[in-house]
Design a protein around this ligand. Structure first.
Ligand SMILES: NC(=O)c1ccc[n+]([C@@H]2O[C@H](COP(=O)([O-])OP(=O)(O)OC[C@H]3O[C@@H](n4cnc5c(N)ncnc54)[C@H](O)[C@@H]3O)[C@@H](O)[C@H]2O)c1
Length: 364
């Protein structure tokens, strides 16, 4: 009887390990806590100070300087990879080898080859990889997908989507070798992943052409000469059914992170403001602690986020992944390993397009 009860309890909650203990780890940890179905049991980071501060803040008992030691724990079901982009491949392959499910932050890897290696390693090991594209779970964008699929704006013709702000906080993202590029792979991958989710029809409507444009990094950057990756980029995606999407990522936008989507259809159009759509308007002569991500002050008129982790999709994303693990379900279209690979392939095709100044054809 006791055995039966503890077996069913084990199915109701999972234990999670997090690799990386800084920016992304914060919203993963917050979101796991909100599920009520997951306990963050361990965290790993090579930075001792960051590791200690993070573990204290979130009351995590086990800390590891080497994430591989964390993987030896057999009570961990799921590992969140919140480490720099260039380590995603090595870490995901190790986590899969340890037989644990994976939530991997974007981008899945820094090269197409590495992204495929991750997908293949997970398949071989029989573990599930959840590609953490949070936009897909942002409540405003989910509602938007619902309105589009009801037919409210007729046939979709054209989509514009962007994530832009004034520069990355992470030293790893400033270096093209550890980031895999610049703002295109680091920020542009969000709108790319979301547009693939919106228009891709589970693979029935693939992207068949892309064009990319980026300013090149270092001295060629507009603002961030210390970033070896580009600080301004855009891409165009053409889908097999004929729709086009314009996607943008840049670090030249001051005033706070600006995530916006516009969708144009034959019978209407939709605009979404993910980051400045707050119902609160504040005018402050003195400023206050925090308004929105990457805003450098809070003076004058501001639109403070009510719950940024929720509105950007992290909370519902992690809740969905935890439910999938507990219920043994595969992730839906947009957040599978294949989708993570496709995003890296599209980014790579955009960089190749920019390098040679041509349209790149393919099937993603
Ligand atoms: N979905 C989103 O909106 C979003 C937002 C921010 C970051 N991210 C992604 O999350 C990941 C982490 O980004 P971040 O902003 O938290 O970076 P960060 O630089 O703030 O933190 C990275 C952490 O990883 C640690 N680290 C480096 N090498 C390690 C190793 N070998 N083992 C363990 N830890 C190691 C660093 O010490 C650091 O504490 C990146 O892949 C990034 O693209 C996603």
């Amino acid at each position: 009887m006791t055995g039966t009860r503890s077996a069913s309890r084990a199915k109701e909650r999972i234990r999670v390990g997090i690799v990386g203990a800084r920016f992304a780890a914060e919203f993963h940890c917050d979101a796991y806590g909100r599920t009520g179905r997951a306990e963050v049991a361990a965290v790993a980071d090579i930075d001792e100070a960051a590791l200690g501060a993070f573990a204290r803040k979130w009351n995590i008992r086990e800390t590891f300087a080497d994430y591989r030691r964390m993987l030896e724990r057999d009570d961990i079901d799921l590992v969140s990879i919140c480490a720099p982009n260039y380590l995603h491949m090595e870490m995901a392959v190790a986590v899969a080898g340890a037989g644990k499910h994976i939530v991997c932050e974007k981008p899945l890897a820094t090269t197409v080859e590495d992204a495929r290696r991750v997908r293949d390693a997970c398949r071989r090991a029989g573990v599930t990889l959840f590609y953490a594209e949070d936009w897909i779970f942002a409540p405003a964008l989910r509602r938007t997908c619902g309105i589009v699929s009801e037919g409210a704006i007729g046939e979709v013709l054209f989509v514009k989507a962007k994530e832009v702000h004034n520069g990355t906080h992470s030293p790893y993202a400033k270096d093209a070798r550890t980031c895999g590029g610049g703002c295109l792979i680091h920020l542009g991958v969000h709108p790319i992943g979301w547009v693939l989710h919106l228009l891709g029809r589970e693979g029935a409507n693939p992207v068949i052409e892309v064009v990319g444009k980026a300013n090149g990094g270092a001295a060629r950057n507009y603002v961030h000469k210390d970033n070896t990756g580009e600080d301004w980029a855009l891409g165009v995606m053409k889908f097999a059914d004929g729709q086009h999407a314009l996607v943008e990522g840049n670090y030249v936008t001051v005033g706070g992170m600006d995530d916006k989507v516009e969708i144009y259809g034959t019978e209407g159009r939709i605009g979404v403001d993910l980051t400045f759509g707050s119902p609160i308007s504040v005018y402050s002569r003195r400023g206050y602690s925090y308004a929105v991500e990457k805003a450098d002050n809070t003076l004058g008129w501001t639109r403070p986020a009510v719950d940024e982790f929720f509105s950007l999709g992290y909370v519902d994303e992690i809740a969905y992944f935890v439910d999938c693990v507990i219920e043994g379900r595969a992730p839906h279209w947009g957040v599978s390993a294949d989708n993570g690979v496709a995003c890296v392939e599209v980014v790579d095709a955009m960089y190749r397009s920019d390098a040679v100044g041509v349209t790149v054809k393919g099937r993603w």
